[in-house]
Design a protein around this ligand. Structure first.
Ligand SMILES: C[S@@+](CC[C@H](N)C(=O)[O-])C[C@H]1O[C@@H](n2cnc3c(N)ncnc32)[C@H](O)[C@@H]1O
Length: 258
């Protein structure tokens, strides 16, 4: 898979909308006095701060494989949180953690379902493992991206780029129950009301479309972007109050057996 980088500023354009599922996720974690809290794939760290606010006595750590994201997170200087570059696939904490959160990250890790068992072993008995992944890969925003990228003008350049993917809620429910956890799984479709020109492009170019856009040579990228924007405008027609982006998300909160 080709390497791509993150642009924290672009990602934060819709910080409020992107933050909502995080709040809904952590609201279902019933930990009262955790000592160790980890945010895996913390991104720019703005949401990790919510964990530190919720559990002010906890040792909170944010980990992410992107140096750009960790640099941004560290620049915020949130007291009580350590941010470090780490890949969740090889992450080995010194001590088991009491709360492990991973928001909008596991979809970037191919085969992440097979990782759930090892992630659960990183959680202390009675502790919590909570994650959220998008469930919108069949939506026009993604389908149009992949159809356009398959065009022979672009396809030689984008073969092998990272393509986020996730499972339906039942798959996570079954996997976590199989691991002996007490499990709460659900899905929510948010209707994000976006404003400005090409807001769906702005949204997806900060995340799902970024690897494709980065893989294209400069001389082809403008052509791709112009066509993709038009396709998105046709698929998500701007109304008098803005452009509606339906966004389905899948949530799982598991309590590890005591
Ligand atoms: C969509 S962002 C989510 C950031 C943050 N959790 C949030 O909800 O705003 C996905 C993050 O996952 C990180 N990521 C992807 N693969 C990873 C891996 N294998 N290990 C750690 N972080 C990873 C990316 O660097 C990126 O910051």
């Amino acid at each position: 898979m080709s390497h791509h980088s993150w642009d924290p500023e672009r990602y934060l354009t819709y910080a409020d909308e992107r933050g909502r599922p995080f709040l809904d996720l952590v609201a279902r974690i019933d930990a009262t006095d955790p000592q160790r809290v980890v945010d895996l794939g913390c991104g720019p760290g703005n949401l990790t701060a919510i964990l530190a606010n919720r559990w002010p006595d906890a040792d909170v750590e944010g980990l992410d494989s992107s140096a750009e994201m960790i640099e941004k997170a560290n620049a915020q200087q949130v007291p009580g949180i350590r941010f470090e570059v780490a890949d969740l696939r090889s992450w080995q904490p010194m001590h088991q953690v009491d709360v492990l959160v991973s928001n909008a990250t596991l979809q970037w890790v191919p085969g992440h379902l097979d990782l759930l068992s090892s992630l659960v072993t990183r959680v202390a008995p009675g502790g919590w493992f909570a994650f959220q992944v998008p469930g919108n890969f069949a939506e026009p925003s993604h389908v149009l991206l992949h159809e356009l990228a398959a065009d022979r003008r672009f396809s030689p350049h984008v073969a092998g780029v990272a393509r986020p993917a996730a499972h339906d809620p039942q798959v996570y429910l079954d996997a976590l129950l199989e691991l002996g956890c007490r499990v709460d799984v659900w899905e929510t479709t948010y209707l994000h009301l976006l404003h400005g020109d090409d807001p769906v492009f702005t949204w997806i170019s900060g995340t799902g479309a970024r690897p494709t856009l980065q893989a294209l040579p400069d001389e082809l990228r403008d052509e791709f972007v112009a066509e993709y924007k038009q396709l998105l405008r046709d698929a998500y027609v701007a109304g008098p109050h803005g452009t509606v982006l339906p966004f389905r998300r899948v949530f799982a909160v598991a309590q590890v057996p005591a």
